[in-house]
Write a new protein. Sequence first.
Length: 70
Amino acid sequence: MRIIVGLASEAEPSAVATALREQGARDVKPAPPSLPDVVIADFPEDVTVQDVAALPGVRYAEPDSLQSAF
């Protein structure tokens, strides 16, 4: 499942990426430059959006229903 992750304003992107990988993300990619506060994470199906949203430094998390090409 691909999840769009919005970063909190005080968050370090590298720290959030590390937390996402520790939560089970197989891949974490930055969004395009026009979306500097967003990363795209690919998770196994057993991870929920709520699990991701609860991580430190995460402002919001939502499924990538369009499966964007980010």
